[in-house]
Design a protein around this ligand. Sequence first.
Ligand code: SF4
Length: 323
Amino acid sequence: MKIGFTTSFPVEIAFAAGHTPLDLNNIFVTQNAKKLVEKAEFDGYPRNVCSWIKGMYSVILEAEIDAVVGVVEGDCSNTHSLTSTLIDKGIKVISFSFPHAKNREKLEDEIFKLETYFKVKHTAVLKVKKRLDEIRKKLIYLDELTYLQNKVSGLENHFWLVNSSDFNGNPDDFEKRLDDFLAKAEKRTPLKSDFRFGFLGVPPIISDLYDFLSENKINVVFNEIQRQFSMPFLAKSLTDQYLQYTYPYSIFDRLEDIQQEIKARKLDAVISYSQAFCHRQIDNILIKKYVDVPLLTIEGDQPGQLDARTKLRIESFLDMLRY
Ligand code: SF4
């Protein structure tokens, strides 16, 4: 079965049960995203609801998805209403929660519930985790090629890490393509840039952001949430892995990781990206307060290219960094 999901969850369980987990966000953003948003609005989704939610809704109705894992705690409050409209359309929805208080027992219960639903033994799930960790080690190397050797661009880093949320539904094929990419990247001459930036927040809905940054001699050597999707922790247990994953928990967990990586990767500045109508914009108050390198906040709304105003703001920010 094709199992769509609204944000990262323990995909090991779906793979162990012989299904194909698919990250609905990745499908949405690589298709005719504008049309998908419009379709949801036509069905009654309000203008002032995040485009990702509308995009996922339409993807589920259009793609041949057999069931959806809706992460109803630890991601997005809109997911509750999204799943209700899906159930109304006859879509099978399986709920998963990351306990906000990062409670180990509660997370173990959620994992157990999902294993029971998919009728899979924990030993089989751990076997899949071990297999996926082999690929995750290669992604850690790709990340090192980005920030230590400057041989991988910010866009490439984003692409590989964001796609590791579901390994494009086929870990063996993903690994084969990753191996080819790494072999080529290793032989490159290091990229030259004026600034080393970090990108904080959910992956951007803007299609040409990394290209614009690169044209302005910025290389993004830290993609915060995309890196989290790649589960670079290599924890022994599944529970530990999903406890170390910062995205579903409090902003203070994210800040700890961000501050550590700013130092390790010697960042000159960061872009804090937020999505229009997203509750995570409130987290930006604390990101601005506690991140101690220059920070520019930008906002995306509809899928598409960078608008002139945001380009101007990035250019002005660079002028400020230069002088
Ligand atoms: S960007 Fe924010 S509002 Fe949109 S789906 Fe993600 S968490 Fe929800």
